[in-house]
Design a protein around this ligand. Structure first.
Ligand SMILES: Cc1cc2nc3c(=O)[nH]c(=O)nc-3n(C[C@H](O)[C@H](O)[C@H](O)COP(=O)(O)OP(=O)(O)OC[C@H]3O[C@@H](n4cnc5c(N)ncnc54)[C@H](O)[C@@H]3O)c2cc1C
Length: 468
C-alpha cells in the first residue's frame, strides 16, 4: 500500500465469530463502509483499501484460524483467517495419505482463496479448493450466522467461486480431504531459448498437457533471467513413483527429455513445502508452513490472467518472448487444465473455466520503489503484452480468473448505480461467463442494499425509480 492510499479509520480484529456478527450490525447501523480481510493477498488490495468510498473500517479475520481435521470423516473445518500452509500442516500432522487441493503459496488466506476458486498442483486430479467444499458458516447482511442448510443452496452456490467480499463474511469452510499416495515425484527441467529453438518442446506441451493422465501436472514458468533472454522451466508433479512417471513421460512427452536423475520422490507435504518456494536441500522443517511470511517477500506487482483454448502458434510465441525480454522482472506461468477440471460442468459453481481450456496464463511483473509514478513503466509493459496476446487467448468473452483480481478489466466507481451495473457486466462475463447473471440474482436477494461492496463486487440489480 502506498502512502497516498486511503487508510481504514480503524482495524477490528474479532477473536470470536460473534464479534463478526456485531461488527456487521454496527457498520450497518452507523452506515460506515467496511472491508473484510483474511490473508490479505488480494491482487488489487481490495480487502484493505477502499478507493471508491471513505471513510471505511477493516474487519480483519487473522485471529480466527482454528483448524479441526477429522480423518475418519475425510473432512476438516477451517476458519477463514487460517492460511493454506497452516491447513496443509494440520492435515499432514494427522495423516500421510490425505491432502487438500489449494494454492501453492503457503501464506494465502483460506477465507478469500476458497471463495474465489483456489487452484494448485492437485487441480487436474481433484479440481479446485471450492469444488471440495461441503459446508460453510457465514455472517450475512443482517448479521445472522448461517450454515449451508440455513443459507440455502443458492447462496451456498454463490460463495463457492463467486469471489470474496460480495455475499457475506465467510467464517469457516468445511472441506473434503482427498487421498494422496505416500510417494509423489517432482521434477524441474529448464530450457534456454537456444535449447528450444523453434519452440518444438513448448508446442508439444500445448498439444498434450490437458490430455495427460490426471495424476500428472506440468506447469511452465517463463523468466527473464536478466541477460536479454528468457528461460522456460517445466515443473512437474506426479501422484506416484518416478518409475511410473518415466513410463508416462516417455510415451506422451519424450521431447522434454526427462531422466530419472531429474526426478525427486517425496511425501505430499514435502511437495507442498517445495511448491511454496522453500526449495533448499535438505528441505526446511515442515513448521516453515506456519510462518506468516512467504519466501517471495512483498514487492509491488501487477498481474493478469488469460485462458487458452487453442495452442499458441510459433509466431505468437516469438512475439511473447520478445516482449518478455524487454521487461526485467517479467514472469509468466502457464498452468495446465483438463482432467477433473474438464469434467465439472461450467454452471456447477460460479467458476466457469472448465472443458475446452488447455491452460491458464498468469502474467506477472514486480518492482521495488514507492509505488507512485515509477510503476507506470511496468504497468504499461504488462498491459501491452496483454493486448498483444488477444488473438491467442479465449474470446467472447476473454476470460479471467477472479482470484487474480484485475481492475484494468473494469470496476465499480460508486455505490450501486445503473452505470455501475453496466460496467460490472463486462468484468462479470470475464470472471464468471453466464454464471454472472445467477450471481446478480442471488446478490439482489441476499444483499439488496449492497452492504458487501468493493470495486469489483457483484452488483445487486439496479432499483429503478418509479418515474423511469
Ligand atoms: C503470493 C500469492 C500467491 C498466490 N497463489 C495462488 C495459488 O497458488 N492459487 C490460487 O488459486 N490463487 C493464488 N493467489 C491468489 C489468491 O487466491 C487470492 O488473492 C485470494 O483472494 C486471497 O485470499 P486472501 O484471504 O489471502 O485475501 P484477502 O485479500 O484477505 O481477500 C481477498 C478478497 O476476498 C474477500 N474476503 C477475504 N476474506 C473473506 C471472508 N472471510 N469472507 C468473505 N470475503 C472475504 C476480500 O474482501 C477480498 O475481496 C495468490 C496470491 C498471492 C498474492
Amino acid at each position: 500500500m502506498t502512502k497516498s492510499m486511503p487508510k481504514p479509520e480503524f482495524i477490528f480484529k474479532p477473536v470470536h465469530e460473534s464479534h463478526v456478527q456485531a461488527s456487521i450490525i454496527c457498520s450497518k447501523k452507523l452506515k460506515i463502509h467496511f472491508r473484510v480481510r483474511s490473508g490479505g493477498h488480494d491482487y488489487e488490495g481490495l480487502s484493505y483499501v477502499s478507493q471508491m468510498e471513505t471513510p471505511f473500517v477493516l474487519i480483519d479475520l487473522w485471529k480466527l484460524k482454528q483448524i479441526n481435521v477429522d480423518i475418519e470423516d475425510n473432512s476438516a473445518w477451517v476458519q477463514a483467517g487460517a492460511t493454506t500452509g497452516e491447513l496443509y500442516y494440520r492435515i499432514a500432522e494427522k495423516s500421510k495419505v490425505h491432502g487438500f487441493p489449494a494454492g501453492l503459496c503457503s501464506t494465502v488466506g483460506i477465507g478469500g482463496h476458497i471463495t474465489g476458486g483456489g487452484y494448485g498442483t492437485l487441480m487436474r486430479k481433484y479440481g479446485l479448493s471450492t469444488d471440495n467444499v461441503l459446508d460453510a458458516r457465514i455472517v450475512d447482511a443482517n448479521g445472522q450466522l448461517l450454515n449451508r442448510t440455513a443459507m440455502g443452496e443458492d447462496l451456498f452456490w454463490a460463495i463457492r467461486g463467486g469471489g470474496g467480499g460480495s455475499f457475506g463474511v465467510i467464517l469457516a469452510w468445511k472441506i473434503k480431504l482427498v487421498p494422496v499416495p505416500e510417494t509423489l515425484t517432482l521434477f524441474t527441467i529448464t530450457k534456454t531459448l537456444e535449447q528450444d529453438a523453434g519452440f518444438k518442446i513448448l508446442s508439444k506441451w500445448q498439444q498434450v498437457v490437458d490430455k495427460l493422465v490426471e495424476d500428472l501436472g506440468i506447469r511452465v514458468l517463463f523468466r527473464n533471467t536478466g541477460n536479454k533472454t528468457v528461460t522456460t522451466t517445466y515443473r512437474g508433479e506426479f501422484l506416484g513413483e518416478k518409475g511410473t512417471l518415466m513410463e508416462v513421460m516417455n510415451q506422451c512427452f519424450p521431447e522434454l527429455g526427462l531422466t530419472q536423475e531429474d526426478c525427486i520422490e517425496m511425501s505430499w507435504i514435502e511437495t507442498v513445502v517445495n511448491n511454496a518456494g522453500f526449495t533448499t536441500r535438505p528441505p526446511p522443517p515442515l513448521e516453515i508452513l506456519l510462518q506468516p511470511s512467504s519466501p517471495y517477500g512483498r514487492p509491488y506487482f501487477k498481474a493478469k490472467s488469460d485462458f487458452v483454448t487453442e495452442p499458441i502458434p510459433v509466431l505468437g510465441l516469438k512475439g511473447m518472448f520478445e516482449r518478455m525480454i524487454e521487461e526485467d522482472a517479467s514472469f509468466l506461468i502457464w498452468k495446465p487444465y483438463g482432467g477433473m477440471m474438464a469434467k465439472i460442468p461450467e454452471s456447477e459453481i460460479p467458476f466457469p473455466h472448465r472443458n475446452g481450456t488447455i491452460f491458464k496464463i498468469h502474467y506477472f511483473t514486480k518492482w521495488s520503489g514507492n509505488g507512485n509514478g515509477a510503476d507506470d513503466k511496468h504497468m504499461e509493459w504488462i498491459r501491452e503484452l496483454y493486448s498483444y496476446m488477444t488473438p491467442y487467448v479465449s474470446s467472447n468473452p476473454r476470460q479471467a480468473y477472479v482470484n487474480y483480481r484485475d481492475l484494468d478489466i473494469g470496476q465499480n466507481k460508486k455505490n450501486d448505480s445503473e452505470d455501475n451495473f453496466r460496467r460490472a457486466q463486462i468484468w462479470g462475463a470475464k470472471y464468471f461467463k453466464n454464471n454472472f447473471n445467477r450471481l446478480v440474482k442471488i446478490k439482489s436477494k441476499v444483499d439488496p442494499e449492497n452492504l458487501f461492496r468493493h470495486e469489483q463486487s457483484i452488483p445487486s440489480l439496479p432499483i429503478r425509480s418509479s418515474s423511469s
